[in-house]
Design a protein around this ligand. Structure first.
Ligand code: 13P
Length: 251
């Protein structure tokens, strides 16, 4: 089954609202690139303006995190109901959330269900640390992260998974295309075990970690890589446009 590839930009905790608006302006025309789904993930305070900017286009807007409960006494958190007013996608389980904010696989399972229940397409992030890689634990870590987050329930609609090896994030040292392929292939096989062959065929799996305009084509040449989750290069409109075009060209 052909899978529409995805160009997703995770802006992380960067920029003012004025800078977010300027970045959106710099990305003008990105919604006209055929054959690719574009997702922009700004900070919570910028979601409204980015949502309004792209209103009426096919560009998706994502939160970078979300609480699983629809409302309640959770100071500082944002609920799926609130997020769905200004976004249609959500990034869940980014390694920076796992590392600095103690997100665990069980909580992520709840968040995945909540995203689905509120019509938000989730990008579930998984990936091994440098130490886990050195100890040859990559397969075990990815298998655990994907299986526990998915649980035994039906697949959330339009589930997307991003393979982001922690050692490749923001380091300039991307995984090799072969490493990315073997991890994405494994992730697809775990989805097949949990949810069946049809779900595994449909799930889109992104690579993330030091993606740049000059390495994206090699990742997209891999059969199990369906796009990219881009950090640093997504803050540069020309670079993100170039990456998006390259992803579209690979389809
Ligand atoms: P970089 O592209 O800056 O390595 O970040 C990747 C990432 O963490 C995207 O979520």
């Amino acid at each position: 089954m052909p899978r529409t590839p995805i160009a997703a930009g995770n802006w992380k905790m960067n920029g003012t609202s004025a800078e977010a608006r300027a970045l959106c302006r710099g990305l003008s025309g990105i919604d006209q690139i055929a054959g690719v789904e574009v997702v922009l993930a700004p900070s919570f305070t910028q979601l409204g303006l980015v949502w309004d900017f792209w209103c009426g286009t096919d560009v998706h807007v994502a939160g970078q995190n979300m609480h699983p409960q629809p409302s309640g006494a959770y100071t500082g958190e944002v609920s799926p109901v609130q997020l769905a007013e200004v976004a249609d996608w959500v990034i869940l389980g980014h390694s920076e959330r796992r590392q600095f904010f103690c997100e665990d696989d069980q909580t992520l399972a709840l968040k995945l269900r909540a995203a689905d229940a509120h019509g938000l397409t989730p990008i579930l992030c998984v990936g091994e640390s440098e130490a886990e890689r050195e100890n040859k634990r990559t397969s075990a870590v990815l298998t655990r992260q994907v299986s526990l987050a998915l649980g035994d329930d039906p697949q959330p609609a339009g589930l997307v998974i991003a393979y982001e090896p922690v050692w490749a994030i923001g380091t300039g040292q991307a995984a090799t295309p072969v490493e990315a392929q073997s991890a994405c292939e494994l992730i697809r096989s775990v989805v097949a075990d949990k949810l069946g062959a049809e779900a595994a065929d449909a799930v889109r799996i992104l690579y993330g970690g030091s993606v740049k305009p000059d390495n994206i084509a090699d990742f997209m040449a891999q059969p199990d890589v369906d796009g990219a989750l881009v950090g640093g290069a997504a803050l540069d409109s020309d670079a993100f446009l170039a990456i998006t075009r390259a992803i579209a060209a690979s389809a």
